[in-house]
Every structure is written in structure tokens, then in C-alpha cells.
Design a protein around this ligand. Sequence first.
Ligand SMILES: [Zn+2]
Length: 294
Amino acid sequence: MQCSKCHRDATIFQPYSGLHLCDQHLVADVEAKAKKMIRAQGWLRPGDHIGVLLSRDPRSSALLYFLKKLTAQRRDIRITAITIIGRGDSCKDALTAKRIAECLDTELLELSLPEISGNGRADDPGKDPDLSSVSPLPTHSPKACSPELNGFAQQHGITRIAGEVCLDEVAGMVLESIIRGDAEKLVRNRPGQEIFPRICPFIAVSAAEVSRYAELCGFNGEKSLPGQGDRLHKDTIDLLDRYTGNHPATRYALMNLGENLAFPRGITGLIQAYESGQGCDEDRIPYEVMNGTR
Ligand SMILES: [Zn+2]
């Protein structure tokens, strides 16, 4: 199949736009969407010091690459990489982060944490034992250590923390909130409850496209592990994957719905709900408990 924009072979199809894109046009498309989001949200301002969270997911390296490229001519904006060292494969992660930061000629800050329980539910008897054996929690789950991360960023003069969150994650969160009967989560983040400013330039780009973009930028490696969370979380992700197959614009529709529910904070409110609402949300009732299946 030929690219819809040039004569090269297409490598990816965007069902929601009907376009077939070659690698070059996919890169241009991902970057255009990220730039548009940054402009619309006012996420890069003179004097900003952006801390990019490097995780094992190559999408985070791609985010660092993109922001470095975007600000290459901007002397008034500083980009720094942050890696969170906690437990497990810390040494390996630290070396990988160091190598990526060096490749991209970026200063790297290491936030060392004592052993953390990842999603805050490591000892939860309701946790699926099968998954715990095959999908250890990422060492640096930003959501699990927000207070430490925020303090660390502040201490280093960072003005915004950038994360790799993309469309699939926020759309999934919106749908899950509705299914759980907790859409309130999206609207209750009112001004005055701000977390440290977060920016997610890839928030309007699908995970598949960001992953391909990361590969094309030369970053390969371990992908984010899906399915952390209870049964309802996993079922929601499966449901959304299947439904999007027939209705390709669904994730965008969910993000728009979430943005409207989070009014007046919009995307910022959505990011805040995502950061605060998964894993470490103490008052979230596990689906199995609610339904008496355990
Ligand atoms: Zn093309």
C-alpha cells in the first residue's frame, strides 16, 4: 500500500483518519500532533525547565528526543532527564537511562527512592497472582511516588514534568471511570488541588503510533506493561481494544468527553486524574469486592 501523502510504501494505517503513512510521514504526523498539543496547552514557556521522566518504555526516550529536537534553538528552555531508581532492575535501568541521556546530550538527574510498593497494592490479596509473576511493576511508576518526585523536581528548579502518557491510557481511564461509576474522579480535580505541573505531549497520539515513532527514532526496549490493576481495569482495556477495531475514533471521543468533564481544567484535569487515579488511589474499591466475587 502506498503512503497517502507521497509515493513511498506505507508502514502504518490510521483507521480513524483513513490515511496510510510511510515512516517519514508518520514521524511528521506524530510530531505535528505533539506540537499542536503543546501550543494549545501553553506547555512550553520562556524560562521553563522541563524534566522528562525516563522509564523502561521506549516511548519516554522518544519523548525526550522529541522535546530536545523541538527546543534545540531555544536558549530560554532547558530540558533535563529524570530517572527514578527504586528496586528490582535499578542498576540496569540507571545504566540505560544514562546511555539514553548521553546519546541525546542531556543532563540526567537520578531520584533514588527506598523500596516502594509500585502501585501501592503489592500485598493486596485481591491482586491477580498470575500477573504478578510475569509482569513485575516498573521500578519507576511515577504515580506511585508523586510526592517524592514533585519535591525532587522543585528542588532542582524544574517547572514542568513531562511524561510519555498517550491517547490509549487517558481514553482507557475515562472509560474505566464511567464503568466504575466514578466519573466524579474526572470532575473533582478543582483548582487549588494542583499537582506539580505535568505535560504529556503525546496525549493525542495512539500508543501504537508513539511506539513506532520511538522505534524510528532508534529506541527499542521493554514496552509498558499493560494490565496493572484489577480485573475491571484489564477488562476495560480489552473492551476498548475490541470496540476501537470497529469504531476507530472511540479513543478520541473518550478523551474529548474526559476533557469536557474535567472542565475548566480540560487536558490538565485529565492528566491530574490519570496521575492520581490509578494504582495508588486508596479509596478505589476493587471490582471483585464490589461484586462479592472474592
Ligand atoms: Zn509518505
